[in-house]
Design a protein around this ligand. Sequence first.
Ligand code: FES
Length: 106
Amino acid sequence: MGKITFIAHDNTEQVVQFEAGDSLMQIAVHNGVRGIDGDCGGECACGTCHVIVAREWFDRTGTPGDAEEQMLSMTPERAKTSRLGCQVKTTEAMDGMTVRLPEFQM
Ligand code: FES
């Protein structure tokens, strides 16, 4: 159990609790975080779960796979620390992590 803070484009913060093992997208959707849609249910096929991980936490999110890279390459607001939330499986080491949401999802 830990906490992750989602920061919307307008700087509104939502702090949510998570159980390690769920994806960032699942945590956001289950907690009603605005700005994460997760339309494909986590299949890495829609790009509506884009998050921008705070730089100091980015290494803990692992490495994007080829399919995620492809989706991210089509994401308008991509940043250096962009990830697709459905591809980031949370761990205990992410307790306290902060992620920003883009203004628009795909
Ligand atoms: S939920 Fe569709 S790409 Fe992440």
